[in-house]
Ligand binder design. Structure first.
Ligand SMILES: [Mg+2]
Length: 173
């Protein structure tokens, strides 16, 4: 049994062994049109998540998933809330993104209660406990890239620019 916030793609399975970890927003999905919801005194999370289905795919990120052997599964580890898991799965399929497992924040979690880097650290631990061996992790948040380094996981900073102009908000998804 997987945690309830782990969503396995149809016809796929989560197995032990090597895997790639990809962030979603700013790496695979172009969330630039939603960033203004976060650059407020109080972020408008409903607005931010309500617009996810309108994201364009980030071609550079999608291409990056294809550069790796296709027998190495792709875990999409996103800070998105679990309430948008279904729309996100459809989005990934519609845009031809290679993915095997989608992990969102647990339903009990929220952007206000847990910083993205702390939520992702917990999920990385759970992946390791499940026997997953991440060979590369990609994220557009430098703090999250540094978190992967804590585990000794090779990590790649993918510049989205989302964090460059945000004085208050350095977490994000
Ligand atoms: Mg991101």
């Amino acid at each position: 049994m997987h945690p309830e916030n782990w969503h396995v793609a149809r016809g796929r399975e989560l197995r032990s062994g090597p895997a790639l970890i990809f962030d979603l927003d700013g790496v695979l999905a172009d969330a630039l049109h939603r960033q203004h919801f976060l650059h407020l005194a109080e972020p408008d999370w409903d607005g931010f998540y309500g617009a996810v289905d309108a994201d364009e795919v980030l071609e550079r990120g999608r291409a990056l998933t294809e550069y790796f052997r296709d027998d190495v599964p792709v875990v999409v580890l996103t800070g998105r809330i679990d309430a948008v898991a279904e729309v996100t799965k459809s989005w990934l399929d519609r845009h031809g993104v290679r993915w095997d497992v989608l992990i969102c924040r647990p339903p009990s979690d929220s952007d206000d209660s847990t910083h993205a880097v702390d939520y992702k650290r917990v999920e990385v631990r759970r992946l390791l406990e499940a026997g997953v061996e991440p060979v590369m992790a990609v994220d557009d948040n430098r703090r999250i890239v540094a978190m992967y380094e804590e585990f000794g996981i090779p990590s790649l900073y993918f510049p989205s620019g989302y964090y460059d102009n945000s004085a208050r908000y350095d977490g994000g998804v």
